[in-house]
Design a protein around this ligand. Structure first.
Ligand code: FAD
Length: 394
C-alpha cells in the first residue's frame, strides 16, 4: 500500500493520519476536508467558545513532522474502487479512511436559525448572545442543554423547546431524563415540554399547537445525521452511517470508517453501534488504520461521553438498551447522583451502563466493572455510600 487518503479533517481524520505513522506506514498520506480550518476539537464549542473563554480549539499536530498533504476546502463528492471523487478532481488511493462525521439537522421554516457544529457556527452564535437577548433553543438533548447553559450565563432570556416529555429522553429514557428537568427552572430557563416545532419564522418559532415563541436568536439542537450522502451508489453499504464489521472495514475493499459516521458491529454488545461522541473519534481510528494495514484488529470499546450542563459534570459509560435501570441514591433529592443499568437474570446481573452526575469516582470504577463484565450486587449498588468496587460479586 503506497497511498492512503483520509476523508474528513475532524478528530477522527487527524487521529487516523497519526495512527498510520505510529503504526509505521511509510507511504504518502492525503487528508481531505471540506472545512477551511486545521482539525479542531468540537466539545469546547458549546462550552468555552460560546462563553468567550477561548477563540480557537485547534488540535496540536505537526503536519510537517507527520508527513501528510493536507487539503482543506475540498469536498468529497463520490467514490469508486480506488478513486475518490472530489470538488477539485479525482484522487487515486490504495487505502481510504472515511471520517466525514455528522451534519446537524435543520428545522423547517424560512426564519433565521443557527446550528452548532463548526467553529464558525460557534463564533457566529456567540456574537449574538448578550444580556436580555431572547434565545429559543430547540431540543433539550446534550447540545441544547449546553447551549442553554452558556446563553443563560451570558445573561440571555432562554426558552428551551422539547418535543419529548423530558430532557434527554432520547438518550437516557424519560425516567432518567426527568431527573434533569428541575435543572432548567433552577437556572431560570423556561422549558417547554411536549412542544413540537412547526417552523422557524421571522421573530421566533411557531409550535405545532399554533402558539408562537418570540426569539431574537433560534438555535436548532435536534440532532445530527451521519455525513454519508456522498457515498451513495459507491458500493459502500450504508444504513444509519457507514456500515462496518467489527474491524471497521466497509463493504468496499481497502476502505475503512471511523468516528461519528461509522456504524460498527460491536462484539461486546452484539449490536450495531454508532456513537456520536469524542471518545469514539479519538479511539476508533487506531483500529481502522490497523485493519487497513492488514492487521487483525477489533474495535470493541465500552462507549463513553461527558456533558457539562447547568454547572454539573454529567458522564456516561456503557450501553443500556434493554437493561434494567437502578438509581444509586435519590436522583430527585441528591445533588450528586448516579443511575446504573443492569442486564442478566436476577442473582447473576452485570453492570452494563452507568450515568453519573458529579460522581467521577463512580464513573471510573463503573467503567472498569463494565469492561470486565463483573457480576454485581444490586442492593449494594443502590446505596450511594458503598463504593462501586465493593458491589462486585466474586
Ligand atoms: P467531525 O468532527 O464531524 O469531523 C468530520 C469532518 O469531515 C468535518 O470537518 C466535516 O466538515 C468533514 N466532512 C464532512 N463531509 C465531508 C465531505 N464530503 N468531504 C470532505 N470533508 C467532509 N462529545 C463528547 O463526548 N462530549 C462533549 O461534551 C461533546 N460536546 C460537543 C459539542 C459540540 C458543539 C459538538 C458539535 C460535538 C460535541 N461532541 C461531544 C461530539 C464530538 O465532538 C464528536 O463526536 C466528534 O467531533 C466526532 O469527530 P469526527 O471526526 O468523527 O467527525
Amino acid at each position: 500500500m503506497n497511498h492512503v487518503v483520509v476523508v474528513g479533517a475532524g478528530l477522527a481524520g487527524l487521529r487516523s493520519v497519526e495512527a498510520l505513522r505510529a503504526r509505521g506506514f511509510g507511504g504518502t498520506i492525503t487528508l481531505i476536508g471540506e472545512e477551511p480550518h486545521r482539525p479542531y476539537d468540537r466539545p469546547p464549542l458549546s462550552k468555552a467558545v460560546l462563553l468567550g473563554e477561548v477563540d480557537s480549539t485547534t488540535v496540536d499536530s505537526d503536519f510537517d513532522a507527520v508527513g501528510v498533504e493536507v487539503r482543506p476546502g475540498v469536498v468529497a463528492t463520490g467514490l469508486r474502487e480506488g478513486v475518490l471523487i472530489t470538488s477539485s478532481g479525482e484522487v487515486r488511493y490504495d487505502g481510504l479512511v472515511i471520517a466525514t462525521g455528522a451534519k446537524p439537522i435543520r428545522l423547517p421554516g424560512g426564519g433565521p436559525q443557527h446550528v452548532l457544529r463548526t467553529i464558525d457556527d460557534a463564533l457566529a452564535l456567540r456574537a449574538l448572545l448578550g444580556p436580555r437577548t431572547r434565545v429559543a433553543v430547540v431540543g433539550a438533548g446534550w447540545i441544547g442543554a449546553e447551549v442553554a447553559t452558556a446563553a443563560r450565563k451570558k445573561g440571555c432570556e432562554v426558552t428551551v423547546i422539547e418535543a419529548a416529555s423530558t430532557p434527554l429522553a432520547a438518550a437516557l429514557g424519560p425516567t432518567v431524563g426527568a431527573y434533569t428537568t428541575p435543572w432548567y427552572a433552577e437556572a431560570d430557563i423556561k422549558l417547554l415540554l411536549e412542544a413540537k416545532v412547526a417552523s422557524v419564522d421571522e421573530g421566533g418559532v411557531t409550535l405545532a399547537d399554533g402558539s408562537f415563541v418570540e426569539a431574537d436568536v433560534v438555535v436548532s439542537g435536534v440532532g445530527v445525521r451521519p455525513a454519508i450522502d456522498w457515498l451513495r451508489g459507491s458500493g459502500v453499504e450504508l444504513g444509519d452511517g457507514v456500515l462496518t464489521d467489527a474491524h471497521l472495514r466497509t463493504t468496499l475493499p481497502g476502505v475503512v470508517a471511523a468516528g461519528d459516521c461509522a456504524a460498527w458491529w460491536s462484539r461486546r454488545f452484539s449490536t450495531r453501534m454508532r456513537v456520536e461522541h469524542w471518545d469514539t473519534a479519538l479511539g476508533a481510528p487506531d483500529t481502522a488504520v490497523a485493519t487497513l494495514l492488514g492487521e487483525d484488529a477489533v474495535y470493541d470499546p465500552v462507549p463513553y461521553f461527558w456533558s457539562e450542563q447547568f454547572g454539573r459534570m454529567v458522564q456516561y459509560v456503557g450501553h443500556h438498551v434493554g437493561a434494567r435501570m437502578l438509581p444509586r441514591g435519590e436522583p430527585s433529592a441528591d445533588a450528586k447522583w448516579a443511575v446504573c443499568w443492569l442486564a442478566g437474570p436476577p442473582g447473576d446481573e452485570v453492570l452494563t451502563a452507568i450515568l453519573t452526575v458529579d460522581r467521577p469516582r463512580d464513573l471510573v470504577q463503573g467503567r472498569r466493572i463494565i469492561e470486565a463484565r463483573h457480576r454485581v450486587d444490586p442492593d449494594r449498588l443502590s446505596d450511594p455510600d458503598t463504593t462501586l468496587r465493593d458491589c462486585v460479586l466474586s
